[in-house]
Design a protein around this ligand. Structure first.
Ligand code: SF4
Length: 242
């Protein structure tokens, strides 16, 4: 930030915005997110459920994506609390793998606990969004529901958690929302279809047939930090949402 802009932003002595964060913290946040290594033919639940074009970009041109510090903070906060709170439960942070036709899906559940009223086991996924305004109205929403459904389906495919038939997403921000999500063991068929499409694109180095995201907000900054040259390609893709 130039001295001129800094002076303008802080004329009243109040500094608002992630760009004002001290650089060592900013660098720590950004560095802490560089741990995930993408392995050929191994796909994470989270990358598969969001925009396939974004997943392609992250694998083919990782250096072209400049993560926004606000996104880094939200991911960092979520994973820190995942690690701290999940360990309070007997079943926590279990990673499952499912393989089909040479492609592997991997994902890690947060924890299993009870519906304390019915005394039934439930698989929980913890989310820490900016706020819970829409979660109170709409529940978990499509992608968060699919994510927790995947973890339970993957556990079942591995012959584990066979006594668990319910999922919940717990959202914590300015309030707490717990959304019920029905179990869906068929979700893996949908996910593997997406994996096969993505892996075809990666093998041919051609993303033109990949669809855009199911939710239009996914294209917005800071949710997607695709560079301008790639966004031009996205605008020609099937089902570009904007
Ligand atoms: S701009 Fe939209 S379509 Fe393109 S990669 Fe980002 S989320 Fe996907």
């Amino acid at each position: 930030m130039s001295q001129e802009n800094w002076a303008k932003d802080t004329a009243d002595g109040i500094h608002v915005g992630f760009e004002h964060m001290p650089t060592p913290i900013k660098e720590h946040l950004l560095k802490s997110l560089q741990n995930r290594i993408n392995i050929k033919n191994v796909y994470h639940v989270t990358e598969i459920l969001y925009c396939p074009r974004k997943a392609y970009l992250a694998r083919m041109h990782p250096n072209d994506i400049k993560m926004h510090v606000s996104s880094s903070w939200h991911i960092y906060r979520g994973s820190t609390f995942d690690a701290l709170w999940s360990s309070l439960f007997d079943v926590n942070q279990k990673t499952y793998k499912v393989e089909r036709e040479g492609k592997t899906l991997t994902g890690t559940l947060d924890f299993v606990w009870l519906d304390e009223e019915k005394y039934e086991k439930v698989l929980y996924d913890l989310k820490m969004p900016k706020n819970v305004y829409y979660r109170k109205k709409e529940g978990a929403g499509k992608i968060y529901s699919e994510q927790v459904q995947c973890y339970l389906a993957m556990a079942h495919e591995n012959e584990e958690l066979l006594d668990v038939h319910r999922c919940r997403v717990m959202f914590l921000a300015d309030d707490l929302v717990i959304a019920e999500v029905p179990m869906n063991d068929k979700i893996l068929d949908y996910v593997f279809d997406r994996i096969f499409e993505l892996s075809d694109a990666l093998e041919t180095k051609d993303s033109s047939k990949l669809e855009g995201p199911t939710m239009a907000w996914e294209c917005k900054v800071p949710y997607c930090m695709a560079p301008a040259w790639y966004r031009e390609e996205c605008a020609k893709c099937p089902k570009y949402p904007l």
